[in-house]
Design a protein around this ligand. Structure first.
Ligand SMILES: O=C(O)[C@@H](O)C(=O)CO
Ligand code: MG
Length: 255
């Protein structure tokens, strides 16, 4: 399995750009960055090249959304904003070549939001046919009012868009928090999954520190034939390097 470190969450012991090398030193095969837009793309690219790691995923839209909107893709009336932001993300993506771009839905509800989301996703998928795009359900406790708060809804949206370059971003932490059983959500939706993120629940901690049966989960992922990335996206309960024991159970890693 290919393992990535989400360096927005992990390796916070280091200045941001140094986290990329720290991920390589810890044995990860790639990194993801939720919002890379605060640093110049050439600086990030140089760090990736030195570390020898690919960039697996970035989020859109660009603003660091602390205290602000969680995207715009499903927000009626903000179509122009979504499209302008997406164009900027594609310029970043040309430089950094992330494997996936996660398109954030934003705060909205109801049939109009659903229709807006589908239209915007169809538009984005057509704009960038060679770029893999994802959508990710986020649990309502962490993201109150976020439109995409359920895996069945995400599956419906993906099917309605019907674009080969749009898939599901599955996160064990959100799946467990939303549905109470991350493994059952995996089994139901595995065929649509384009990208996997892992974190335990409750507490969004490292695998093994919460209640999810990760031995069963990783076995199910391996049995499914999934060959994409598995990205570590959680808040370590101690120093990042001290919380990587779960990697030893995968691929016989010795980190
Ligand atoms: O699970 C999460 O919180 C992230 O993957 C994300 O993209 C939210 O910004
Ligand atoms: Mg996630």
């Amino acid at each position: 399995m290919k393992l990535a470190a989400n360096v927005t969450f992990l390796f916070k012991e280091y200045p941001f750009l140094e986290r990329i090398q720290a991920a390589a030193d810890a044995g990860f095969d790639g990194v993801e960055i939720l919002f890379p837009y605060d640093d110049p793309a050439p600086d990030i690219l140089r760090r990736l090249q030195i570390a020898g790691l690919p960039l697996v995923l970035i989020n859109a839209p660009p603003p660091n959304y602390t205290g602000g909107q969680r995207g715009f893709a499903a927000v009626p009336g903000l179509e122009e904003r979504f499209r302008r932001d997406f164009a900027r993300v594609l310029r970043y993506a040309e430089r950094l070549t992330p494997q996936h771009i996660h398109l954030m839905a934003g705060t909205a509800e109801g049939p109009e939001a659903r229709a807006t989301f589908i239209d915007n996703l169809k538009w984005a998928a057509a704009q960038a046919p060679g770029q893999s795009l994802t959508i990710e359900p986020l649990n309502p406790g962490d993201m109150p009012g976020y439109f995409l708060n359920d895996y069945d809804l995400a599956a419906e949206i993906i099917d309605a868009v019907g674009a080969p370059n749009l898939g599901l971003q599955y996160d064990t932490y959100h799946a467990q928090t939303i549905a109470g059983d991350a493994l059952a959500v995996w089994r139901r939706h595995a065929p649509r999954v384009r990208h996997v993120q892992v974190g335990d629940a409750p507490g969004r901690c490292e695998p093994g520190a919460g209640g999810i049966d990760f031995a069963a989960f990783f076995a199910a992922v391996a049995a499914s034939g999934y060959d994409g990335w598995i990205s570590a996206e959680y808040n370590p309960t101690a120093e990042t390097e001290a919380c990587l024991g779960w990697m030893r159970d995968i691929n016989g890693r010795t980190t």
